[in-house]
Design a protein around this ligand. Structure first.
Ligand SMILES: [Mn+2]
Length: 242
């Protein structure tokens, strides 16, 4: 039996000391060490406004990731909507391979598409407009050259706005759009999609072109529940850390 592949997302680790950060580090020192590969599907960090600042705020996690990589575990990171500015310096410091969103892999014997998930929340038109702007390379280059203090201020203002927007949005548009999910199953010809972002951990079975396929939603972390997905050759299970 070969070592498992582990997946997790939406830890939303704060820059301040936190039990969540301790749990993540013990995950890296514990179960992750026994694995073949670890996929982090975005929003590992609550905010990331440049590798220069992030690698200072999250120096301990970066060090643990590096130790894991040096120990021979393959590490993959897909950017989320909170940490979409994770870049090459983070990758170089930790040994983590950055993945595009989405990406196809074979997992537990099944053709699988991995995504953070925000890409499929297409009913939220205002968010998708912001996403296109924020993912523009030029925009990112300009932002990352700003002084740290200004970057923190802009990020704080953007966060405040997104929180107040969330209050006024109907719950349904904060979830993935069924049409967008169907389209992804067809386009990538996969039998399973694994994503996070929505904070609605679940397993959905659906029919696409007379095929039964699966959409597995990863759990977000909070003090009462920290979990990861363990994928062996023939089975997938959710494992609780706390
Ligand atoms: Mn997210």
């Amino acid at each position: 039996m070969s070592a498992p592949t582990l997946l997790l997302s939406d830890l939303h680790l704060p820059a301040a000391p936190s039990p969540l950060r301790e749990t993540f580090r013990s995950f890296l020192r514990g179960p992750a060490r026994e694995s073949k590969a670890v996929y982090i599907l975005g929003d590992l960090f609550e905010h990331w406004i440049g590798d220069d600042l992030g690698l200072v705020d999250y120096a301990d996690e970066a060090q643990e990731l590096r130790a894991l990589h040096n120990g021979g575990v393959a590490l993959y990171f897909m950017r989320g909507n909170r940490d979409f500015l994770v870049g090459k310096a983070f990758s170089a410091a930790t040994g983590v391979t950055l993945l595009p969103d989405p990406v196809q892999i074979r997992l537990a014997g099944v053709a699988t598409l991995l995504s953070h998930g925000d890409l499929y929340c297409t009913a939220d038109v205002a968010y998708q407009r912001w996403r296109r702007f924020a993912h523009n390379r030029r925009v990112q280059q300009i932002f990352l050259r700003l002084p740290a203090k200004l970057r923190r201020r802009i990020a704080g203002a953007a966060r405040g706005r997104s929180e107040s927007d969330k209050q006024s949005k109907p719950v349904s548009i904060m979830d993935v759009d069924p049409g967008a999910i169907d389209a992804a199953f067809r386009r990538y010809d996969v039998d399973r999609i694994i994503h996070g972002h929505t904070h609605r951990p679940d397993l959905h079975q659906l029919e696409v072109d007379a095929r039964i396929v699966e959409r597995l939603v990863l759990a977000d972390w909070h003090p009462g529940r920290c979990e990861y997905l363990r994928c062996d050759e023939d089975r997938i299970e959710r494992v609780c850390l706390r």
